[in-house]
Write a protein that binds this ligand. Structure first.
Ligand SMILES: [Fe+2]
Length: 296
């Protein structure tokens, strides 16, 4: 039983908000709103739909600050909080943080890799039309209107097994499929029809936990192609060339953000129908492309 309905928002730190503003607006086509948050902190809010924001960038270390998992109702929030407490997880109600994140109520805990995990309901939604500076439309809803969240994230951690167990057993995530290469297994999980909202990979030797990449999906191939042109024009670091993933069939490329966090920018991602879905174990991450030889 899952109470979580979507990957609602994320917060990241950046050394330069100016760099992020330029990158997200001119390359990714996100609408940027730069203002002080309720705490008075200069924040770059990134919009991709009717939500006030989906990504918040604040000055700080170049890393993931928090992940916001959405539930549909207040009742679901209380039920999820109870389930976590019963499992012995320390969960705190955070009214001040709820104001800063612009949600109705929010609870906070730490996942086993130390990522700040926020679960909330009632996100701020605005009448102001989303207008992409590059003319793209982001896919945050399925064909039936169901919220699919902002995209997906991939977390890498030394204690990956413990992390996966936390999300599956305590937060109700369901395994979509696996990819297995020599010495590496990646686990993909979903909370709604989006093929995966969260995937897990093992940390390279000697490294701690980190956010590997954020995937943003647009609704047409031309949007991906134009963004790729911008990456090349600006000589940004293309960490994987255009390619088609096997499991979620996403047609995408990967570029390094100003924080070093990867951005996967794609289209045509697969949706899952739990009634007919079968978990598989893929031997490759792409049908073609995604050349990483220029990665640096
Ligand atoms: Fe991805």
């Amino acid at each position: 039983m899952s109470y979580i309905s979507a990957l609602g928002y994320i917060g990241i730190g950046a050394k330069s908000l100016d760099d992020w503003q330029e990158f997200s607006s001119e390359v990714l086509g996100l609408q940027t709103v730069r203002e002080k948050d309720a705490d008075g902190v200069d924040t770059l809010f990134l919009r991709m739909d009717q939500r006030h924001h989906r990504i918040a960038v604040r000055e700080g270390d170049d890393s993931l600050s928090y992940v916001g998992w959405e539930v549909a109702t207040e009742k679901d929030l209380d039920s999820q909080a109870d389930a976590l407490k019963q499992a012995g997880v320390t969960v705190t109600e955070e009214p001040d943080l709820a104001v800063i994140r612009q949600v109705q109520r929010l609870i906070r805990c730490e996942d086993p890799a130390g990522f700040q995990t926020e679960i909330y309901f009632g996100p701020a939604t605005t009448r102001a039309k989303f207008i992409s500076p590059t003319g793209v439309s982001f896919v945050t809803r399925g064909p039936d209107g169901r919220d699919l969240g902002l995209g997906h994230i991939v977390l890498v951690a030394p204690n990956m097994d413990e992390l996966i167990q936390f999300y599956i057993d305590l937060l109700g995530f369901q395994v979509s499929d696996y990819m297995t290469f020599p010495g590496i297994k990646i686990t993909f999980t979903h909370v709604n029809p989006r093929h995966h909202s969260l995937a897990f990979g093992p940390a390279p030797e000697g490294r701690g936990a980190y956010l590997d990449h954020i995937m943003l999906e647009v609704n047409d191939l031309d949007g991906v192609g134009r963004a790729l042109d911008m990456v090349r024009t600006r000589e940004l670091s293309l960490t994987a060339s255009l390619g088609r993933h096997t499991n979620d069939e996403m047609l995408s490329f990967y570029v390094q953000s100003p924080s070093g966090i990867g951005i996967e920018y794609g289209t045509a991602g697969k949706l899952i129908d739990d009634a007919t879905w079968t978990v598989s174990n893929w031997d490759s991450s792409e049908f073609w492309g995604h050349d990483r030889s220029n990665a640096h």
